[in-house]
Design a protein around this ligand. Structure first.
Ligand SMILES: Cc1cc2nc3c(=O)[nH]c(=O)nc-3n(C[C@H](O)[C@H](O)[C@H](O)COP(=O)(O)O)c2cc1C
Length: 178
């Protein structure tokens, strides 16, 4: 199969996720194209057998280019195997309210774009003080100090469960192939 792995990122972690997912799909013998959604203008989805889309949550929303792409291609995406990777720090924890928030963000996204992915994976993202500006650093330090009291607040920390993500992508691929 030929799979498009598309992503949007603000601090860079979702690019890492997308590259890693693309490598895994390639290693399974498929052909893969990695595309930053900001550069997706004029893309023809008929060239692909499946699409992975990844975006990260910032203040309750995915990057605008994620919704723009999903809206623009909703009907084609609805007729092919699709996997949406929603990257956030809420997904790193077990707070029921945070998880309800993720469900709400996702349902606002599917309502607004009219695209409902075949499968959605909530991926725990990363805390990246090395990439933050002054305001984000202040806000994120407070959030991480509360959610992960053991964390070193001056150091980047990756919360992604890579083996769980591998299982999800492999299972989606197997379904897409069938
Ligand atoms: C300014 C800012 C706002 C954020 N807002 C949220 C949020 O509302 N909910 C959440 O779960 N995570 C939030 N995060 C965490 C990001 O989703 C997480 O760090 C993710 O890994 C970022 O991915 P990226 O590096 O690809 O942009 C926020 C991070 C920043 C820097």
């Amino acid at each position: 199969m030929k799979i498009l792995v598309s992503y949007a990122t603000s601090e860079g972690h979702t690019r890492k996720v997308a590259r890693w997912v693309a490598d895994g799909i390639y290693d399974q013998g498929h052909s893969v194209e990695l595309l930053r959604l900001a550069d997706a203008k004029d893309i023809d989805l008929d060239r692909y057998d499946g699409v992975v889309m990844a975006g990260s949550v910032h203040v309750g929303h995915y990057q605008p280019e994620v919704a723009e792409f999903a809206s623009a291609h909703a009907s084609k995406l609805g007729n092919m195997p699709t996997l949406f990777l929603s990257v956030s720090l809420a997904a790193a924890g077990h707070d029921a309210e945070d998880w309800r928030g993720l469900e709400r963000i996702l349902s606002e996204f599917t309502d607004a774009t009219t695209w409902t992915p075949d499968r959605v994976v909530q991926v725990a993202g990363a805390y990246m003080p090395s990439e933050y500006g002054v305001l984000s650093r202040f806000v994120m330090r407070r959030i991480i100090a509360e959610k992960d009291p053991e964390a070193d607040l001056d150091t980047d920390h990756d919360y992604t469960d890579w083996s769980a993500l591998r299982r999800e992508v492999d299972s989606w691929l197997a379904e897409a192939e069938a």
